[in-house]
Design a protein around this ligand. Structure first.
Ligand SMILES: *Cc1c(COP(=O)(O)O)cnc(C)c1O
Length: 370
């Protein structure tokens, strides 16, 4: 194996699932494993989450659902965005549940499902995220349209929050009021489905009223706080990070005082400096600007600055005057000795969120499951 890998702690996933399950109960836990389980590996994570107490899975694409079915996972799988008409065959073939919110989507799915087991659909209403979902005024006509197709079953009504990770933002209240109006409208029309759901990880953790019948948790399952604001409340404290990014030192040299390292020589050494080369680069998802942003790694249980700009396949670490050996472990995300670098820390340096850091770890990095 290449001396660079992402370690995925499936015990942590099981633990996080159990914690979320317990917190959200009696709502069921839906483990969101889209984008290859946020970079952790969809199938192993899905199995661990189910073992931990999740009873549903969710993906972004019908093809992602198909991959889980292909490895023998039988739990209900919800596709979170309405697939395009050509993808509806895969929804039916893989026995997926499916978001719908347009007439064309409903008709295409109904058509694809003729002659098969009826497909359970979850009608999505847009309450303020304004990404996908039906407007309130279309809701009853769409539900009636679903009811008119014998190959479809309306199982859920749901929506998605724009700012659940900002616990005090009033938009959360507004979105939930709009959702309640939608529920009432379907109930008045005699079309209220058995399941309601609204909460992502942040919603599940800090907005109890949003839990309804199901919580759709992604990031918390991987042990990452949805936002620094939410982390500051302590609400995400029991979660355990599942991902570590590690490598082994591939080369060591002393760079003389006055020289720089890597493309551009962005920084000149102020003394003769031991520089360790690490075989991970921006093609693996270690962002090029990490060196300029103040990124660090762990070697020998200590934090070390990057010595120069991250290149495509390799990066360089300033080890000062310390002796470093080829083959020593380097931690980019995770713990070593008493030190830990979290995905959230890396995200903060880069002006992004933990989600993007773990999703960005590329397919070239082998995953090692613990
Ligand atoms: C990705 C996604 C989720 C999971 O969100 P987290 O913040 O990772 O918990 C839930 N619902 C929808 C619609 C999503 O797209």
């Amino acid at each position: 194996m290449r001396p660079a890998w992402a370690e995925v702690d499936l015990d942590a996933v099981r633990h996080n699932a159990a914690l979320l399950r317990e917190a959200a109960s009696p709502a069921a836990l839906c483990a969101v494993v889209k984008a290859d389980g946020y970079g952790h590996g969809a199938a192993p994570v899905a199995r661990a989450a189910l073992e931990g107490g999740a009873t549903w899975l969710a993906v972004a694409l019908a093809a992602e659902g198909g991959e889980l079915r292909d490895v023998g996972i039988d739990a209900p799988i919800l596709v979170l965005a309405e697939p395009s008409p050509p993808e509806m065959d895969a929804v039916v073939r893989h026995r997926l549940r499916c978001a719908v919110y347009t007439e064309a989507g409903i008709d295409a799915l109904a058509e694809a499902a003729v002659g098969a087991e009826p497909v359970h659909v979850h009608l999505k209403i847009d309450t303020g995220m304004h990404r996908v979902g039906a407007p309130l005024e279309d809701l009853v006509p769409l539900a009636e349209r679903i009811a008119g197709h014998p190959s479809l079953v309306l199982e859920g009504l749901w929506t998605h929050c724009a700012v659940a990770d900002e616990p005090d933002n009033e938009l959360n209240v507004l979105q939930q009021e709009r959702f309640e109006v939608a529920v009432g409208a379907l109930a008045d029309a005699g079309l209220r489905p058995p399941m309601l759901h609204m909460a992502n990880s942040a919603g599940a953790i800090v907005h109890p009223s949003m839990r309804y019948d199901l919580v759709r948790c992604g990031i918390a399952l991987y042990g990452i706080a949805p936002s620094s604001e939410l982390a500051a409340t302590g609400a995400a404290d029991g979660l355990r990070p599942a991902m570590a990014l590690k490598a082994r030192v591939s080369h060591v040299k002393v760079v003389p005082r006055g020289d720089g390292v890597s493309y551009g020589w962005h920084r000149l050494m102020t003394e003769d400096t031991v520089v360790a080369t690490v075989p991970l680069g921006y093609a693996d998802g270690v962002r090029r600007r990490l060196s300029i942003a103040g990124g660090q790694v762990l070697i020998g249980g200590r934090r070390r600055d990057l010595a120069g700009v991250v290149t495509m396949d390799q990066l360089s670490v300033d080890c000062g005057r310390d002796e470093v050996a080829i083959g020593e472990e380097v931690v980019l995300i995770g713990a070593q000795g008493d030190e830990r670098i979290t995905a959230e820390e890396v995200a903060a340096l880069l002006g992004t969120i933990g989600y993007e850091i773990v999703c960005g770890i590329g397919p070239r990095v082998p995953r090692a499951y613990l």
